[in-house]
Design a protein around this ligand. Structure first.
Ligand code: G3P
Length: 218
C-alpha cells in the first residue's frame, strides 16, 4: 500500500519524507487555508515546494466547478511540475474533465467520493485515483471502511487501473483496515502514520536489551 500524507504543512511533509516511507502528498483548499497559503502565486509556489520535497504524486485541487474552468486550471496546475496530479471534485463537469485529462495523459484524483457508484463513474472516466472519504462517513454513523471494500470489489471485477486512494483517514486503525482490504493508497495525517510505530512491548523490550548490555559493559 502506498502512503500519502494529507497536509500542506511543509514540516510534516519533510518529517514523513525523512522517514523514507512517503509515496506522495494530497492537499485540498481547506488544508492550504490551514497553512495560511493564499493568492494564486503563493498557492502555485507552495505546490512546487511540496514537489521538491517529495518523490511522488502531489494532488493539487482545482477551484473551478465548470468544465472549461477545470480544464484551464488543471492544465496550468499540471504544467507546474511533473509530479502534480489534478484533483477534481466528483461532479458532472468533473467527470467530463477527468475524461479530458485522461485522454491527454494528465493524472487525476477524483475527490469527495462517498459512494461506490461515484467511484465506478470516475474509474470509467479514467481517473488515476479515486478518493473515498472514510472519516467523514464515520462521522455520520456510516462505516467508511465498507465503502473501501465495495469499491475494491468493483474495481477487481473489471480490472480497472484506477487506484483506490483511501482519504479522510483520521487514525492509525484506519490505515491498518485499509491495508486489510487492499486499498492501493491511503492518505492521512502524520500522527496516524507515526501511530504505526508504537507498541509498549517494543519499548519495554528495547529498554531491557539496553539495560542488559549496560550491565555487562559497565
Ligand atoms: O483527503 C481528504 C481529507 O483532506 C479530508 O479529511 O479529515 O477533513 O475529513 P477530513
Amino acid at each position: 500500500m502506498k502512503f500519502f500524507i494529507d497536509t500542506a504543512n511543509l514540516d510534516q511533509i519533510r518529517e514523513a519524507q525523512d522517514l523514507g516511507i512517503l509515496d506522495g502528498v494530497t492537499t485540498n483548499p481547506s488544508l492550504m487555508a490551514k497553512e495560511g497559503i493564499s493568492g494564486d502565486e503563493n498557492v502555485f509556489n507552495h505546490y512546487k515546494t511540496i514537489c521538491e520535497i517529495v518523490d511522488g504524486d502531489v494532488s493539487a485541487e482545482v477551484i473551478a466547478t465548470d468544465y472549461e474552468g477545470m480544464i484551464k486550471e488543471g492544465e496550468y496546475l499540471a504544467s507546474l511540475h511533473p509530479q502534480i496530479v489534478v484533483k477534481i471534485p466528483m461532479i458532472k463537469d468533473g467527470i467530463k474533465a477527468i475524461k479530458y485529462f485522461s485522454s491527454k495523459g494528465i493524472k487525476t484524483n477524483c475527490t469527495l467520493i462517498f459512494s461506490a457508484g461515484q467511484a465506478l463513474l470516475a474509474a470509467k472516466a479514467g481517473a488515476t485515483y479515486v478518493s473515498p472519504f472514510i472519516g467523514r462517513l464515520d462521522d455520520i454513523s456510516t462505516d467508511g471502511m465498507n465503502l473501501i471494500e465495495e469499491i475494491r470489489l468493483i474495481f477487481d471485477n473489471y480490472a480497472y487501473n484506477t487506484e483506490i486512494l483511501a482519504a479522510s483517514v483520521r487514525h492509525t486503525m484506519h490505515i491498518l483496515q485499509c491495508a486489510h482490504i487492499g486499498a492501493d493508497v491511503m492518505t492521512g495525517p502524520l500522527s496516524a502514520i507515526l501511530g504505526l510505530l508504537k507498541h509498549p512491548l517494543t519499548d519495554s523490550g528495547l529498554a531491557q536489551f539496553l539495560a542488559d548490555h549496560a550491565k555487562v559493559n559497565a
